[in-house]
Design a protein around this ligand. Structure first.
Ligand code: SAH
Length: 354
């Protein structure tokens, strides 16, 4: 068996490993290996994105959810969750404010809230596109029918984020209630890609019961499926969920995985997530230095921010969007990078994004 450094070099050269080789890298995580992976990752980051970091404005428009995922703070059975639902005009207003702040892409995210019909979603998308044809709209609203996904795409949505959560069906079954199926979620991702969306997959790092082999399966999935974006963050417990007492994922493993993903698919969009910023005060900066190239600050009205509580101690729930951007600009500049407001397609993406 080769040593971890040789395997890392193989990954850097071929962008492909076996699941066992990925697992071996994860089992041998140490500061030296992490630094080497980050160095290689930053070479690709510079090649495709220079020192530019894309920003996406996140509008968390509803925390009603029909699902009962065991890890998530807005799960259906959490009676302590104070529910809110932004009105259609409020959602459009958030997008408009984002545009005025310089955002050229907005992410509409929520629980699986079917109070918004397909008509409603299409109306929101059309109104935003009508006012700002150069704004790219991303949806992150969970699993819906293919026909619905097609309708949103026709209405003008160009991207869709749907984390696969884990590439191992057995682990998926431990993290989710019986009525949710790994196969269905994976089929949604395939449909979205097939329809023409730029697609974001993603997974939680060190969720309860997850092994390095499971994470290695996630890396293999990224290698094979090639999502345009892959969002990862540490699992963080939420006090009102069945996983309240579980340990959170680590900064180190999340950073290492970011670097490995940059080597697996050098052009991929990789966000430094809010969850990463929550477990470490400089988590997002460290994420960028490990190879990430996207930040997703919050555009939701401050009055609802704390209520979109997926996990405990989430950061950035107090400031106005404009303050958030200034804070982020300072953070990004402090490490020699620069925020740009362009829509930020994946390098090499050629399909229509309007
Ligand atoms: N309802 C949408 C949006 C989900 S929220 C959907 O189904 O896609 C966005 C992501 O937050 C989830 O995909 C999950 O990976 C992450 N998340 C949820 N609970 C979390 C927790 N406790 N710790 C870390 N990440 C969490």
């Amino acid at each position: 068996m080769k040593n971890p450094i040789e395997i890392l070099e193989k990954l850097n050269n071929t962008h492909s490993l076996s699941i066992e080789e990925y697992e071996l890298l994860l089992n041998n995580i140490n500061p030296e290996l992490m630094q080497l992976a980050a160095n290689y990752a930053c070479d690709y980051q510079k090649q495709y994105y220079q020192n530019k970091v894309f920003i996406r404005g996140l509008v968390e428009f509803s925390n009603y959810c029909r699902n009962n995922c065991l890890y998530c703070g807005i799960r259906r059975d959490n009676k302590n969750c104070e529910r809110y639902r932004l009105r259609i005009e409020e959602i459009i207003k958030c997008a408009n404010e984002g545009y005025d702040l310089g955002f050229r892409t907005v992410v509409l995210q929520g629980g699986e809230d079917f109070a918004y019909s397909d008509e409603d979603m299409c109306h929101i998308i059309r109104e935003i596109k009508k006012a700002h044809p150069d704004m790219v709209i991303t949806l992150s609203i969970g699993e819906r029918d293919r026909a619905s996904y097609e309708a949103y795409y026709q209405a003008g949505a160009g991207r869709f984020l749907l984390r696969h959560e884990t590439a191992n069906p057995a682990l998926y079954a431990k993290l989710h209630p019986k009525e949710l199926s790994w196969e269905h979620r994976m089929n949604c991702l395939k449909d979205l890609k097939d329809i023409g969306y730029q697609v974001g997959a993603g997974f939680m790092v060190q969720s309860p019961g997850q092994t390095n082999y499971d994470l290695a399966m996630d890396l293999k999935f990224v290698e094979e499926f090639k999502p345009d974006m892959c969002g990862i963050g540490p699992f963080i417990s939420h006090k009102d969920t069945p996983f309240a007492k579980e340990n959170s994922g680590t900064l180190e493993m999340t950073l290492f995985l970011i670097s490995l993903m940059r080597l697996i698919y050098p052009q991929m969009l990789i966000p430094a997530t809010t969850a990463l910023g929550t477990i470490d005060a400089k988590g997002r900066e460290k994420g960028i230095q490990a190879g990430a190239n996207v930040l997703m600050p919050n555009l939701s009205p401050v009055s609802v921010r704390k209520k979109y509580s997926l996990y405990d101690n989430k950061i950035c729930t107090g400031e106005e969007a404009a303050e958030c951007i200034n804070c982020l600009k300072g953070r990004v500049n402090s490490i020699g990078y620069e925020i740009i407001t362009a829509p930020g397609n994946r390098a090499g993406f050629e399909k229509r994004v309007e």
